[in-house]
Design a protein around this ligand. Structure first.
Ligand code: NAP
Length: 248
């Protein structure tokens, strides 16, 4: 029997890790799909496709043409649309789908977390918690926070440049992973006294949470969006175990 195709919906370290792990297994070959948001994505093992599919209809057409034996949705925990598109398209075609969703960070006793439902709530409460905020939420949410730029100092960090920032807003362009040391230096350099982050989970993003803990800085943490029902795992090992169970 020939190798079977698995479509990995990517954009995360876990997606790249799964593609790398499957590259060593002759029973599978992979296509990793990226939305195409990052101008120079890190290389991935196996095949790569980039750009949106064109909604549920486009994804369904792609799946019907390529007929993968399984889909692993390893998009970011804050990807709001792709998991739902994948759930609908896979259900329509009877293709097994797994959601790979990394675990959330665990709160420690010393953490000063302020958990909020979304960016809009974070914007409302943020000025109560500090004078200089480091925002690491991603470009979509950043737009909402910019309305605060005359009330507090904003330090934005993102992988890609952010055009048309108001005067006085600091932009730090950098690509993860970050370390506890580099995050601590960043917080100290700009006098950050409150951090805003998505509850993204994962080791790479946790350094800033640990740095805030070490500096006794509050963290305004945006809750994860809801996920479609269905099988779910927390990492690459779980995805490999699930794939091994899929009939040939
Ligand atoms: N949201 C975050 O905080 C975050 C953080 C780090 C990485 N990422 C990654 O960045 C990508 C985009 O994030 P998002 O929040 O915009 O996602 P989203 O809201 O779920 O997706 C928006 C649209 O982007 C396209 N898309 C998303 N993921 C794709 C993929 N893996 N392959 C092909 N097309 C994809 C789809 O376009 P069509 O409808 O045209 O198919 C989708 O409808 C995702 O792959 C995600 O894993 C997101």
């Amino acid at each position: 029997m020939g190798a079977r195709l698995v479509l990995i919906l990517g954009g995360t370290a876990e997606a790249a890790g799964l593609a790398a792990a499957l590259a060593d297994r002759p029973s599978w070959w992979t296509v990793t799909s990226l939305a195409g948001r990052t101008s120079e994505p890190r290389p991935v093992a196996g095949e790569l496709r980039q750009g949106g599919f064109g909604g549920v209809a486009g994804l369904t057409a792609w799946l019907a043409a390529e007929r993968p034996a399984a889909v692993v949705d390893a998009t970011h925990p804050f990807a709001r649309q792709m998991p739902w598109h994948a759930a609908e398209a896979c259900a329509a075609l009877g293709i097994p789908r797994l959601r790979l969703l990394r675990p959330s960070w665990q709160r420690a006793g010393e953490d000063r977390w302020v958990e909020v439902a979304d960016a809009a709530e974070a914007v409302r409460i943020l000025p109560n918690f500090g004078k200089t905020a480091l925002l690491t939420t991603g470009q979509e949410e950043v737009k909402l926070f910019l309305q605060l730029h005359q009330r507090m100092r904003l330090v934005l960090r993102s992988i890609e440049p952010i055009p048309d920032l108001p005067l006085g807003v600091v932009h730090v362009q950098a690509r993860p992973p970050f370390t506890l040391e580099t995050e601590s230096v960043l917080l100290a350099r700009y006098g950050v006294d409150v951090l805003v982050s998505k509850a993204a989970g994962g080791a790479a993003g946790q350094a800033k949470i640990l740095a805030a803990r070490a500096r006794d800085i509050p963290v305004v943490l945006l809750a994860r969006p809801p996920q479609p029902e269905g099988p779910c795992c927390g990492g690459v090992a779980g995805a490999l175990a699930w794939l091994a169970q899929q009939g040939s």
